[in-house]
Design a protein around this ligand. Sequence first.
Ligand code: COA
Length: 280
Amino acid sequence: MPIRQLRKLAPAPAAAIADAWLERTTAPLADPKLDRPRWCREVLCELAFPQYAGNWETAVADASLPAGLRLSLAALDPRNVTLEPEYYAECDDAAFQRVKPLLWLWYSFDRLPVGGQNVDLGVRLRRLLAPHIFKRCGERFKAFQHVEFSFGYNIECGDDVVVHRHVLLDDRGGIVMGNKVSISDYANIYSHTHSIVEQADVTNAPTILEDGVRITYHATVLAGVRVATQGMVGAVAVATKDVRPYHVNVGIPAKSVRVKPNAPTDSWEATRTSNTRKDG
Ligand SMILES: CC(C)(COP(=O)(O)OP(=O)(O)OC[C@H]1O[C@@H](n2cnc3c(N)ncnc32)[C@H](O)[C@@H]1OP(=O)(O)O)[C@@H](O)C(=O)NCCC(=O)NCCS
């Protein structure tokens, strides 16, 4: 197969505006005392409703304005919206309320013309937000648009991790990603599961994606699965059990169809004995 490296594009005509906006907007995040809900609201208001940036509070309280407008303005403040993980019994409210404004900005930016498909600006903004959301975030993290999380604060991520469009990172029980992990479009990584008898019976289990793992398009990894070093989960597969190092697992449930040709010779037998859970 041909090697196709990503192209380098010339800077956009408005690149200097984007640089200045990004620097000014994200600089306050360095302050641990930052009023994050207010900061999130001000950033979104400037982008979505700049005419109300200077009088947001008055406009929200102004009964002569249409209710839909007041509601839309109010929703720029994360305190006026609820996110699904807040309803989870085990949500660490202090931890979640700290990251919620950043998650709300992340999701809302993706739904504005300035965000969404705007790869360069979006990737740079998310790279600056992620270390303030995740438990650990390595260098050069890259996320495309419409990635969703559960808590966000239960994610650990190594260097050079890439998360593509419309990925769900359900970190309810924790997700640990090593270096150079790649998660393709529309993939789902879960870390919680429900009893088949009682829906409210929830089991959280950390899901581990070791160094060099690739989870490909539309694949799903279930809670508690470990995809070992350089393992790969094929398109649309459902990984219900551990994936051995360098193995390519496909199908539902995902099974190994091959070992990558660059695998160390002992990658099959050595890992079979070291795994504590059944693998696919
Ligand atoms: C996992 C994948 C890379 C396997 O490719 P491969 O090693 O060349 O495997 P093959 O095409 O030789 O397939 C081996 C067998 O598995 C089957 N298979 C391959 N991918 C499958 C999939 N996603 N689901 C079900 N079966 C699959 C093939 O039909 C073949 O079965 P057969 O032996 O009965 O004919 C590939 O199928 C895939 O899912 N690619 C996703 C796209 C991708 O590369 N994404 C990268 C991230 S951006």
